[in-house]
Write a protein that binds this ligand. Structure first.
Ligand SMILES: Cc1ncc(COP(=O)(O)O)c(C=O)c1O
Length: 680
C-alpha cells in the first residue's frame, strides 16, 4: 500500500451543489432519447442512445442475473423476482434514506434477492435430481464466513427452511452462531476449519441436542483428537473427511485445491484415518466426504473433473467399509461479475442449472457404475447466494477534470521565455502522426525546466507555464487517441492515468477490499440519467489518503477489463453510483484504513401490495467516529477532556473568548458522534 500521495489534489476538485433530495432523475428524456453516443469519445458504436443501449452498454443483462435493469425514466431498478415482478427504483430508496438522515455511502441489502438466491439453488437441485431420478437428497449449507451478518443468516435460514438448508462454520465463533440458529434437526451443520478441543466439544454439544452436526476432519492430527474427545464426552459424532483433490480450481482463488492446498487429507492420510476410526470402533461415524477446490470456479470443466475425482474417492472409501452417505462438493459456484459468461477471472462459463446438472449427473453415473448408492449432496455455495443482494450506493462529490479554460495565454514576460516558447511550439504542431514524439519532447523539456529551476535559471512562473502546456499536450492526446495510428504502451498508460477522476464518497479498503487485494472487478453503474449518453471516461478515487484507494479497472463488454468507466458529466446536482454484487466477502473483510468505518446499511423489502413500492425494514447505522476511535483503544471522553483543557488554557491566556471556547469544544464533541464519511 502506498500512502505517499493523495490521489486527487483538493485544489482540483470541482464541488457539487449539495441538494441530495434533488438529484437529476429526470433522465432528460426529451432530448436524450435522440442522443447518439459519440464514437470519437467512447467505444465505437454509433447507434441511438436509449434505455436499451444503456442496459447493453453497462452489460447489465450480462451480470445482473435478471435482478437489475433500467426503467423508462432512465433510473436503475431492482427486480427481485425478475421481469414482470415488482420493480423498485433505487433512486426512491436513496430519497427515503436521505429523508431519514442516513448518510452515504450506504449499503442497500435487497432481502428479497437473498431469499430468491436460496430458493433458486435449492429448487434447481430438487428439479434436476427429480428429472434424473437421483436417489439422494440435496442438503445445501450456507458458509457463514461469506457474509456473517445476523440479518443475512436469519434471512438465509428462513428462506431455506422448506429445503432443510443448513449452515457451515469455519471457526468457534461461527459455530456459536450456527449452534444457536440452526435448530432444524434435518438441516446439516458442517464444521470446517482448524479445530481445538473447545471447537470439537461445541460440535458434540450440538449432537447432544439431536442436530446433524458433521465435524469435517481437515488435518491428520484432528483424527485422534476427535476420537479421544468423543470418547471422553460419550457422544458418537458424525464425521466427515476433507480430501485433497489433485484437481485444482480455476481463476483467482484456485489455491484451495490441488496437492499443496492448506486444508484436507492426502490419499494416504485418508487411508490412515479410516484405519484409526476402525480401530476405535468409530468407522460408522464417517458419513461425509468433502472437498473444496476454491471459490469462483470459472470453468465448468473444472467442476466436472473435481466431481469425477471426488466421486471415485467417495465410492472407494465406501468400499473400505465406511458408511459415507453425504458428498459435500464445497463452494466455488461462481458469480458472473463482468457478465461475459466466459471463463475470465470475473465470470463463469456456466449457469447455475449447468453446474447442478453437471454435478448430479456425474455423481449419479459414477455411483451407478460402481454399484454404490447415490449420496445426499451437499454444497457450500456462499458467493452465489449472497453476492447479488447487496449494492453499495455512493455519491460522486467532485471531479478533477479541468473546466475548458480556452487557449493558454501567459503574461508578456513569460511569452518571451525561451523554454515556454519551445513548449508552445510543440503544442501548436501536435498531430496524430507526431503525438508520440511530441509527448517525449515535452517530457524532456519539463525535465530541462526542472534542472534549470534548481540552478536558478528558470523562474517559478516559467516552470508553472511549462507544466500547464504539458497538461494541454496530454489532454490533446487523450481527446484524439482514437485518431492516433498506434497507441504505444506509454501513451496507453498516459491515457489511463490522465483520464478524468471522479471523487467518490467511499473507501475501497472498507467496501471493496477484493478490488484492492486481487483486482476483483465489480459492476459499477450510474443509478440515474441512463437516457443520456455518458460522456466521460473516469476512474473513481475514494476519500482515503492512499493512492491505492482508486478504482481504475472496470468490467468491459468486449475485453478483459477497461481502464475507464463511462459516466455522465457532473451538472451540479447529486450524482449517484451503485457498486453491485458486493454481498459476498466485501463488507465483512473491509478494514478501517484512515478510520473510515463500516458503512450505513438499509434492508429493503418489496411491498406485497404495490409492485413499485418498498419498505426499509431495518437500518443498521455504520460506525461513528467515536466507535472507530474506541475500536482503536482511544477513550473518547479522554480525548474530549484533552481538547477542553487545551481550549481552556487559550481562554485563560485571552486568545479565545470564553463563549467561542465552549462552541469549539461542543463542535469537537458533535463531530465525534457523527459518521466517518463525508457529509452529503
Ligand atoms: C471450505 C469452504 N467452503 C465454502 C466456501 C465458499 O465458497 P464460495 O463463496 O465460492 O461458494 C469457501 C470459500 O472459499 C471455503 O473455503
Amino acid at each position: 500500500m502506498d500512502s505517499r500521495i493523495d490521489s486527487v489534489s483538493p485544489l482540483d476538485i470541482v464541488p457539487l451543489a449539495s441538494d441530495p433530495l434533488n438529484p437529476d432523475n429526470s433522465g432528460a428524456a426529451s432530448e436524450s432519447a435522440e442522443q447518439t453516443f459519440d464514437p470519437a469519445l467512447g467505444p465505437s458504436f454509433g447507434r441511438k442512445w436509449n434505455k436499451d443501449e444503456a442496459i447493453s452498454f453497462y452489460n447489465m443483462d450480462g451480470w445482473s442475473s435478471g435482478y437489475f435493469s433500467v426503467n423508462d425514466k432512465g433510473n436503475v431498478i431492482m427486480l427481485p423476482q425478475g421481469e414482470g415482478g415488482p420493480a423498485i427504483q433505487i433512486l426512491d430508496i436513496i430519497e427515503d434514506i436521505m429523508q431519514q438522515k442516513i448518510g452515504l455511502p450506504c449499503i442497500i441489502r435487497f432481502q428479497d434477492i437473498l431469499r430468491d438466491r436460496v430458493k433458486r439453488l435449492n429448487e434447481t437441485f430438487q428439479k434436476v435430481m427429480s428429472d434424473l431420478k437421483y436417489q439422494g437428497h440435496y442438503r445445501g449449507v450456507y458458509p457463514v464466513k461469506v457474509n456473517q451478518l445476523r440479518e443475512v443468516i436469519e434471512e438465509v435460514l428462513d428462506a431455506g427452511q422448506p429445503y432443510h438448508y443448513g449452515l457451515e462454520a469455519g471457526s468457534k465463533a461461527e459455530l456459536q452462531v450456527v449452534l444457536a440458529y440452526n435448530s432444524d434437526p434435518e438441516a446439516l451443520t458442517i464444521c470446517n476449519g482448524y479445530k481445538d478441543s473447545e471447537y470439537i466439544r461445541l460440535a458434540l454439544l450440538g449432537r447432544q441436542l439431536g442436530r446433524k452436526i458433521i465435524i469435517v476432519i481437515e488435518q491428520p492430527t484432528e483424527v485422534a483428537e476427535t476420537i479421544a474427545i468423543a470418547k471422553q464426552v460419550g457422544v458418537m459424532p458424525m464425521l466427515g473427511i476433507r480430501g485433497k483433490l489433485a484437481t485444482k480450481g480455476s481463476g483467482k482463488w484456485q489455491m484451495s485445491g490441488g496437492e499443496k492446498a492448506k486444508f484436507g487429507l492426502s490419499l494416504s492420510e485418508i487411508l490412515n484415518a479410516i484405519e484409526c476410526l476402525r480401530d476405535a470402533d468409530m468407522l460408522s461415524c464417517l458419513q461425509l466426504l468433502h472437498f473444496h477446490i476454491g471459490s469462483q470456479i470459472t470453468d465448468i470443466r473444472t467442476v466436472k473433473e473435481a466431481i469425477m475425482e471426488a466421486t471415485r474417492l467417495y465410492t472407494s472409501i465406501r468400499k473400505k467399509g465406511a458408511p459415507l452417505d453425504y458428498l459435500d462438493i464445497g463452494g466455488g459456484l461462481g458469480v458472473d461479475y463482468d457478465g461475459s459468461q466466459s471463463n475470465s477471472d470475473y465470470s463463469m462459463n456456466y449457469s447455475v442449472e449447468e453446474y447442478v446438472s453437471n454435478a448430479v449427473s456425474n455423481i449419479q453415473q459414477i455411483c451407478d457404475e460402481e454399484s454404490e448408492p447415490h449420496p445426499h449432496l451437499v454444497t457450500e455455495s456462499g458467493r452465489a447466494i449472497t453476492a447479488h443482494h447487496s449494492c453499495l450506493i455512493m455519491n460522486v462529490i467532485g471531479t478533477n477534470s479541468a473546466k475548458n479554460k480556452g487557449p493558454l495565454t501567459f503574461p508578456a514576460s513569460l511569452e518571451l521565455s525561451e523554454i515556454v516558447q519551445e513548449m508552445k511550439t510543440l503544442l501548436s504542431a501536435i498531430s496524430p502522426k507526431n503525438a508520440q514524439q511530441t509527448y517525449h519532447d515535452a517530457i524532456s523539456k519539463r525535465e530541462e525546466a526542472l534542472n534549470r529551476f534548481k540552478l536558478g535559471l528558470v523562474s517559478l512562473e516559467e516552470r508553472a507555464a511549462v507544466e500547464e502546456i504539458l497538461k494541454e499536450i496530454r489532454s490533446w492526446i487523450l481527446r484524439n487517441r482514437k485518431r492516433l495510428r498506434r497507441l504505444s504502451d506509454e501513451l496507453e498508460e498516459l491515457v489511463e492515468k490522465t483520464g478524468v477522476q471522479y471523487l467518490v464518497n467511499f473507501s475501497v479498503f472498507q467496501s471493496a477490499p477484493d478490488h484492492w487485494a486481487f483486482d476483483q472487478l465489480f459492476p459499477i453503474v450510474p443509478l440515474h440519467r441512463m437516457l443520456e449518453a455518458p460522456r466521460k471516461s473516469c476512474s473513481l478515487v475514494d476519500i482515503t489518503c492512499d493512492s491505492d484507494g482508486i478504482i481504475d479497472r472496470f468490467i468491459a463488454r468486449r475485453q478483459a477489463y477497461q481502464s475507464g468507466l463511462w459516466l455522465h458529466e457532473l451538472n451540479g446536482r447529486p450524482y449517484y453510483l451503485g457498486m453491485f454484487l458486493t454481498g459476498a466477502y466485501q463488507d465483512i473483510m473491509g478494514d478501517l484504513h484512515n478510520l473510515f468505518g463500516k458503512v450505513n446499511e438499509v434492508h429493503v423489502f418489496c411491498d406485497d401490495d404495490d409492485p413499485e413500492d418498498f419498505y426499509i425494514q431495518e437500518v443498521i447505522p455504520g460506525d461513528t467516529i467515536k466507535s472507530v476511535l474506541e475500536e482503536n483503544q482511544y477513550i473518547p471522553g479522554e480525548l474530549c477532556k484533552f481538547l477542553r483543557t487545551a481550549v481552556e488554557a487559550k481562554v485563560k491566556e485571552g486568545k479565545i473568548k470564553p463563549r467561542d471556547g465552549v462552541q469549539l469544544v461542543d463542535f469537537y464533541e458533535h463531530v465525534m458522534q457523527g459518521y466517518t464519511y463525508l457529509r452529503n
